[in-house]
Design a protein around this ligand. Structure first.
Ligand SMILES: [Zn+2]
Length: 288
């Protein structure tokens, strides 16, 4: 990102919606020795203090990243040396340049949107990429990165601290309900289902969710169950519809108006179930 664009972005961040967040206090939780969750301005960063340096997630944007440096400085005087991108969505990838010299690590598909970045939020360079898994030994803590395929975005990375039984996930579930349908535009529900089922099978004590202060894994596990139930209802109907492929799209739209999952009716945003039926149906028929 060039300097003029960068300063414009910082100015925009300071003067536009993010300025309201100035008054917000950071919510800092110690989850284990050398491991913290810092919720600030609507995003939660995992912070792992290693022998030499610090690993973080979710810089989000330059303004937040700037405030985050101050919060990390209250925990350690070691520099931030590693930034793991949770995925390629620009509202999560901004501000990495605030941490001078930090190595940026991401799943290799992250570059898919690098040249489509109108706000200059994507890092100028990615230092290390991985395909399915990568281990980072921080000395104090083993950090394991996992990619299960397209999910929320195409480069979704789930961070696991196996010893500490901690995971960090972005944009794949909400506390106590469904993610609003409007945020599903770049979500592959088959991928979310696959990833959340895998994570739900792990031994987890804390699950950091990129937009939540809660680290209770219950909502993650419940969402995996919801996506399984949705899939089990939708998939047989798609097979049935394929007997008359010309009717497939109208059939999906009709299904989205009639299918109900009463077990989830009290969940927040249950009213968006029709969008979930459509997204799951289209994921099953064309993979996205
Ligand atoms: Zn996202």
């Amino acid at each position: 990102m060039n300097r003029i664009v960068k300063s414009l972005v910082v100015t925009a961040m300071v003067t536009l919606p993010f300025s309201a967040a100035l008054a917000q206090e950071a919510n800092v939780q110690k989850l284990a020795d050398d491991v913290y969750a810092i919720n600030l301005m609507g995003y939660t960063s995992l912070v792992v203090i290693g022998d030499e340096d610090v690993l973080i997630t979710e810089t989000a944007n330059p303004f937040r990243a700037d405030v985050l440096t101050g919060e990390i400085a209250k925990l350690t005087d070691k520099p931030v040396g590693k930034i793991v991108l949770s995925h390629e969505h620009f509202d999560h990838t901004g501000g990495t340049e605030i941490f001078k010299g930090a190595e940026i690590i991401a799943q290799e598909n992250v570059r898919a949107v690098a040249n489509l970045d109108p706000l200059g939020m994507f890092p100028d360079k990615i230092d290390q990429t991985f395909d399915a898994n990568m281990d980072i030994d921080m000395g104090t803590t083993l950090v394991r990165l996992h990619h299960f395929g397209a999910a929320d975005g195409v480069a979704n990375t789930i961070v696991q601290l196996p010893e500490e039984k901690i995971v960090a996930i972005a944009d794949m579930y909400r506390d106590g309900g469904l993610t609003p349908g409007v945020f599903l535009t770049d979500t592959n529900l088959l991928g979310n289902r696959k990833a959340l089922n895998a994570v739900a099978s792990w031994d987890i004590e804390h699950a950091l969710n990129a937009h939540s202060t809660s680290t209770d894994p219950a909502s993650l596990v419940a969402t995996a169950g919801f996506l399984n139930d949705l899939y089990d209802e939708v998939q047989p109907q798609i097979i049935e519809m394929l007997k008359d492929p010309g009717h497939l799209v109208p059939g999906i739209m009709e299904l989205s108006e009639t299918l109900v999952l009463p077990e989830y009716k009290d969940w927040k945003n249950y009213g968006d179930l029709p969008l979930y039926v459509q997204k799951m149906s289209f994921a099953i028929m064309h993979g996205g």
